[in-house]
Design a protein around this ligand. Structure first.
Ligand SMILES: *Cc1c(COP(=O)(O)O)cnc(C)c1O
Length: 432
């Protein structure tokens, strides 16, 4: 890495560190695990962004998932501009919210009734409260390495930044709260059967990333989601698919559409907001009826259903629904990047494997591909970090963590992919 290339970002970061914890407003943005200084973004368009020093990058983070149509998509921008001119928030119902709820219910198979919130964390937090309120049971089952936002009970053995920073548990989370969270290994049939055999009657719900994104992209083993579904049903526990990352990304109908397994509740975020803060949770009408004001489980939000955010999300979802062959092209881009990078990393003498589902992928510095968190942790982090920097220096921005998935957009054309693979050839040659 040449210091000159990043000098403005370095100055901005030094000041940011005096003003914000770690210089960032969300831990995954800091380059803690790859070392060095995060690049500060100035503007973005399509598959690219430009940093504060004027360097141009091909972006595989896409705001960690939302930017599935690429940055600054004309239809999304227009929708936001038109909405803004009509006022930015009312705190009273709008026709727009009806239309958006209709669209979400149409696209996500399990969602009959939906509540809008402002982030993925809010969606999962609210769905978990609802599951406990509905069943009257205390315990929650989650899978190791899955991330469900920063709600207290979900920080136990979590993925994403919690995994990247190696934080085992978080001070500030009461032991009484953490105790009610049971963890199981992802893709382990027997492990989950045992959890239900021991705690079945106390379990309110099981929450899962149906394809994981927060410990890298790991698809479910054949029959695993069905197994989870059956155990929940047999024990009177609710099944929550956390599709904050997979929703509208692995397929238009999310992972539940792709694998044909129907959860009781679904949480959504990221793509649903078109890059503005939107989250949602929804599912069976009889369960959702327990949410206030129709039921006793309280959940509220001053800016929930915000007209700017809903307009951006609606423009993005309609474009996804109405564009012929869009998911085939996304899937092909993810496959070409993942397999192309993997081949080259292997040829350079490193252990490597890759995964891809719809518009998300992972390159692991480990072979074979991991199927659970314990295996993810066996990857060669030092080799990943060197590759990350060699790519960054050549204008390719991958997630600054070996534990995060990569995201493509409709702007990641075959020409962009070819550019990335050429950069990888050069990057790997430099790693000698
Ligand atoms: C990103 C993410 C969340 C949290 O969403 P925020 O909008 O960051 O609060 C929850 N669950 C999953 C699966 C996610 O990927």
């Amino acid at each position: 890495m040449t210091t000159e290339r990043y000098s403005t970002s370095q100055k901005l970061y030094a000041r940011a560190c005096e003003l914000m914890p770690g210089g960032v407003n969300s831990p995954v943005r800091a380059f803690k695990s790859v070392g060095g200084t995060p690049v500060f973004v100035d503007r973005a368009k399509g598959a690219h962004f430009w940093d504060a020093d004027g360097n141009k990058y091909i972006d595989f983070v896409g705001s960690w998932g939302p930017m599935i149509l690429g940055h600054a998509h004309p239809k999304v921008i227009q929708a936001v501009q038109e909405a803004a001119a009509r006022g930015t928030s009312y705190g009273a119902p709008t026709r727009l919210e009806n239309e958006f709820a209709e669209l979400v219910c149409e696209l996500v198979p399990s969602v009959e009734v939906v509540r809008l919130v402002n982030s993925g964390t809010e969606a999962t937090m609210s769905a978990l409260r609802l599951a406990r309120g509905f069943t009257g049971r205390p315990k929650i089952v989650k899978f190791r390495g899955c991330y469900h936002g920063h709600e207290d009970s979900m920080l136990v053995e979590a993925g994403s930044g919690v995994a990247t920073l190696g934080i085992p548990g978080t001070p500030g989370v009461l032991a009484e709260v953490a105790r009610e969270t049971i963890t199981a290994p992802f893709n382990d049939f027997e492990g989950l059967t045992e959890v239900f055999a021991r705690h079945g009657s106390e379990i309110a719900c099981c929450i899962i990333e149906p394809v994981t994104g927060n410990m890298g992209c790991i698809p479910p083993a054949v029959g695993y989601l069905e197994h989870v579904r059956e155990l929940c049903t047999a024990n009177g526990a609710l099944l929550i698919f956390d599709e904050v990352m997979t929703g509208f990304r692995v397929a238009l109908g999310g992972a539940q559409g792709l694998y044909g397994v129907t959860p009781d509740l679904t949480t959504l975020g990221k793509v649903i907001g078109g890059g503005l803060p939107v989250g949602a949770y929804g599912g069976r009408a009889d369960i959702m009826a327990h949410i206030a004001p129709s039921g006793p489980v309280y959940q509220a939000g001053t800016l929930s259903g915000n007209p700017l955010a809903v307009s951006a999300g609606m423009a993005q979802l309609r474009e996804l629904r109405d564009t012929e062959g869009l998911y085939e092209r996304l899937g092909e881009a993810a496959r070409a990047v993942a397999e192309g990078l993997c081949e080259r990393v292997k040829a350079a003498g490193f252990a490597a494997s890759c995964t891809h589902v719809g518009g998300m992928f992972s390159l692991f510095f480990k072979d074979p591909a991991p199927t659970c968190y314990a295996e993810v942790k066996q990857a060669d982090i030092e080799a990943f970090n060197r590759f990350f920097w060699a790519m960054l220096d050549r204008g390719v921005y991958m997630a600054p963590s070996a534990y995060e998935a990569g995201f493509v957009s409709t702007a990641h054309t075959p020409e962009v992919v070819a550019e990335v693979l050429a950069a990888a050839d050069d990057a790997l040659a430099s790693m000698g």
